[in-house]
Design a protein around this ligand. Structure first.
Ligand code: NAD
Length: 467
């Protein structure tokens, strides 16, 4: 494999140190990766700061042309990127291709959006215009579950609004991001987009640096809270996309034969390692046994293997820490519910866990209350709709939710009562780059995508004119 480098001030550079990246399906070392030190982090921030004034003045059309060229270049190398992303992240090739095609579309659709001046008041005597100005250097920090599409959202939002960027991918999945940085470097002026990597040790320095104007972060709620503290030093602007514990509510008129495969896919895609994955299911007691049976059948039939192999439907967990966490949660769950499918860990060096369905579990169990971020799904029953809405909302999280019913008006009235950033009815994880998405409560702050997501990368600049 060709060497990987950091991107600092328009140059691909080796790291001050190196670190080894593991393939989670084989447990073998996949590549040696650069690791930045504090000096390289500071160099990247200084380069982005120098590049900012000229980039801020660059026209929207010129910026869009460059970002479209990056999108086209990524699309042309999709196959190569899919192999690399599956090798470092673990999910099957069909899922990495979906993520990469998503990134290609995000780069284009989001950079087509333009925040134009808006006249807020226009009378005989005065005119007031809302103009928006970029903030400066944006730090983008991404997690290991969907590294490429999240990077595409963050960098496009920052760049198209006139900011420059220092990007930091997660330490266990930096390779596809670093390869992508090479593409970006071929199409952007020096310093506009920089990328450094770390071993989970530079985050605090990056987020407390005085020359960072905004932090665009996706990751766990615990890290999000640390970032709020470091950002306080200079009142940096924040967009935080954090953890979730998304519920699915199945109303008593739902057709389970149709709904069960959708619930299963929504819970188990990327081996359950998605912020917006379905993490608990509530079904009316009259359909409880039937749904548990359907989900168990789907789990038993799933082909779990190396994501690079043809036919694999679920890959490994992405890293050892997450594997150990989910495995411990399953062991604990054996005493708290009935495991009707899975609960086993295929032999071998990879971090594999069979998709697991758990029934007869209490609302207070850790599997129900916490974000499992793995292929283990608790199924709970309810009798009364008001009661289930209260149980669903009884959490510090509020990222997404789904409602399933033959009657979409009935489902909508339930959806309106769920405290979360997004609720889908009879579908799941439908996301459009021109529609905002964000979390309620401890699932986040602000939104990404859409005009609203772009606006978070700017400062309102109100211009009063007396005629
Ligand atoms: P994480 O919080 O451990 O790490 C995310 C990123 O933050 C990594 O790049 C990491 O190196 C960096 N980081 C670690 N400590 C830091 C610090 N003190 N300051 C700044 N950066 C620091 O999260 P993870 O385990 O990589 O990802 C899983 C989590 O991400 C889950 O909770 C999941 O729900 C969440 N997530 C949320 C969304 C969303 O859109 N809401 C999307 C994907 C993942």
């Amino acid at each position: 494999m060709e060497a990987f480098n950091l991107l600092i001030d328009g140059q691909m550079k080796p790291g001050a140190m190196t670190m080894k990246i593991t393939n989670p399906a084989t447990g073998k070392i996949l590549a040696e990766c650069p690791r930045a030190d504090e000096r390289q982090l500071n160099d990247a921030i200084a380069a982005a700061k120098r590049a900012f004034p000229a980039w801020a003045k660059t026209s929207h059309a010129a910026k869009r042309t460059m970002i479209h060229a990056i999108s086209d270049a990524l699309a042309a190398r999709l196959e190569e990127f899919a192999q690399l992303l599956t090798s470092e992240q673990g999910k099957p090739l069909h899922e990495t291709k979906k993520e990469l095609n998503g990134a290609v579309a995000i780069l284009k659709i989001l950079s087509n959006l333009e925040l134009e001046d808006k006249v807020l008041k226009d009378t005989k005597t005065e005119k007031v215009i809302r103009h928006r100005t970029p903030l400066g250097v944006v730090a983008t920090i991404t997690p290991w579950n969907v590294p490429m599409s999240l990077l595409a959202v963050k960098m496009t939002s920052a760049l198209i609004t006139g900011n420059t960027v220092v990007a930091k991918p997660a330490p266990t999945t930096p390779l596809s991001s670093l390869r992508f940085a090479e593409i970006c470097n071929a199409h952007l002026p020096a310093g506009v987009f920089n990328m450094i990597t770390d071993a989970n040790d530079l985050g605090d320095m990056l987020t407390s640096h005085p020359d960072i104007a905004k932090i665009s972060f996706t990751g766990s709620t615990a890290t999000g809270k640390k970032i709020v503290r470091s950002a306080a030093s200079s009142l940096k602007r924040l967009t935080l996309e954090l953890g979730g514990n998304d519920a699915a509510i199945v109303l008593d008129d739902a057709d389970l034969k149709t709904v069960a495969p959708k619930l299963f896919a929504g819970a188990m895609a990327n081996a359950g390692q998605i912020c917006l994955a379905i993490k608990r299911v509530y079904v009316h007691e009259s359909q409880y046994d039937e749904l548990c049976g359907e989900l168990a059948k789907l789990a038993d039939a799933t082909i779990v293997d190396d994501g690079l192999k043809q036919g694999t439907q679920m890959g490994p967990l992405q890293n050892k820490m997450q594997y150990d966490k989910v495995r411990a949660l399953i062991e604990e769950t054996r005493h708290e519910g009935n495991i009707v499918a899975g609960g086993t860990f295929p032999e071998g060096p990879g971090y594999f866990i069979r998709p697991t369905i758990v029934r007869d579990i209490d609302d207070r169990a850790r599997l129900v209350r916490e974000e499992q971020f793995g292929p283990v799904l608790p199924v709970l029953s309810y009798t009364n709709i008001d009661d289930v809405i209260e149980r669903v909302n009884d959490t510090e999280y509020g990222l997404g939710a789904t409602v399933w019913s033959a009657d979409s008006d009935r489902a909508l009235s339930v959806a309106r009562q769920i405290d979360s950033g997004t609720v889908w009815i009879n579908t799941h994880m439908m996301l459009h780059p021109d529609i905002p998405a964000g979390g309620a409560k401890e699932s986040g702050m602000g939104v990404e995508m859409g005009m609203e997501g772009l606006a978070e990368h700017t400062q309102d600049h109100i211009l009063y004119i007396v005629k």
